[in-house]
Design a protein around this ligand. Structure first.
Ligand code: CA
Length: 231
C-alpha cells in the first residue's frame, strides 16, 4: 500500500523532530513546514492525506490556514488535526467550527497522536465508501437513518427527532469532536429551537434513552461532545 502523506505545520524544532520521527517510524511520509504561508503552498504541491497544524504560528496562524483550506473545495476534504495548548480552548472551538477534524493538546504522547492520526484517516476512508449507506452500526447500537429507527442490543428505543439527529450526526463520525454550535447547526431542532445549553439537555436525554450505551456519548470538557470510537 502506498504510504500516506502527512504535512506537519509547526514552528518549534523539538516538536517538528518528535513528530517527524514518530510518523516516519509508523510508515507515513512526512513533510515539515514552519509557517502558515508555507503550509498553504505545500498543500498544493504535496497533496497531503492529512495535516497536523499548530495554531500558534508566526504570520498567518493555524486558524487562518484552517479557514482557507476548509473554505476551498479542492482542499476541504483533507483532514486537519490541530496542535494546541490546553489553555487555548477558545481556539480549539474556533478551529473545529472552521472545519478542523480533531485536535491534540501539547504536550502530547506520540501514542495518542498516532491514534488520532489513524482515526482521522480511517474516517476519511469510511466516508468515501459508506456515505450512501442508510444503516450505521456501532458498538451495540444500530441506527437506520431512512426509517428513523434506533436499536440498542436489538431492542428498539424511541428518540425525539432532535435526539435522533444528534445521535446520527455523532455516530456517523465516531471519535470526532463536535462543538455545541456544530450540533445546533446540524440538527436545527424541529421540535423546538435548539440553543447551545439545550444541546446539553438533548445529550442528557439521549444518554438516558441509550441506557448502558449512553456512555459512548462522551463529554469533551470545554469543547463539546464526541461519540466513542469502536476499538
Ligand atoms: Ca507554535
Amino acid at each position: 500500500m502506498e504510504k500516506k502523506k502527512i504535512l506537519v505545520v509547526e514552528d518549534e524544532a523539538t516538536i517538528q523532530e518528535l513528530l517527524q520521527f514518530n510518523l516516519e517510524r509508523n510508515k507515513y511520509r512526512v513533510k515539515v513546514v514552519d509557517s502558515g504561508e508555507k503550509a498553504l503552498s505545500a498543500v498544493g504541491k504535496h497533496r497531503p492525506d492529512l495535516i497536523l497544524l499548530d495554531i500558534m504560528l508566526p504570520g498567518a496562524d493555524g486558524l487562518e490556514v484552517c479557514k482557507s483550506l476548509k473554505g476551498d473545495p479542492k482542499t476541504a476534504r483533507i483532514p486537519i488535526i490541530m496542535l494546541t495548548a490546553l489553555s487555548e480552548e477558545a481556539d480549539i472551538v474556533a478551529g473545529l467550527e472552521l472545519g478542523a477534524d480533531d485536535y491534540v493538546t501539547k504536550p502530547f504522547s506520540p501514542r495518542v497522536l498516532l491514534a488520532r492520526v489513524k482515526a482521522a484517516l480511517r474516517r476519511t476512508e469510511s466516508e468515501a465508501t459508506t456515505s450512501r449507506n442508510d444503516l450505521i452500526t456501532i458498538h451495540n447500537i444500530s441506527i437506520d437513518t431512512s426509517r428513523y429507527k434506533v436499536t440498542v442490543d436489538e431492542k428498539e428505543i424511541t428518540l425525539t427527532s432532535t435526539e435522533f439527529k444528534v445521535l446520527q450526526l455523532m455516530a456517523s463520525q465516531p471519535g470526532r469532536v463536535f462543538t455545541r454550535y456544530q450540533i445546533v447547526d446540524a440538527v436545527h431542532g424541529d421540535d423546538y429551537p435548539v440553543t447551545d445549553r439545550s444541546v446539553d439537555v438533548q445529550i442528557v436525554g439521549l444518554r438516558k434513552k441509550l441506557g448502558e450505551a449512553g456512555r459512548y456519548v462522551e463529554t469533551v470538557r470545554g469543547v463539546g461532545y464526541r461519540f466513542k470510537e469502536q476499538e
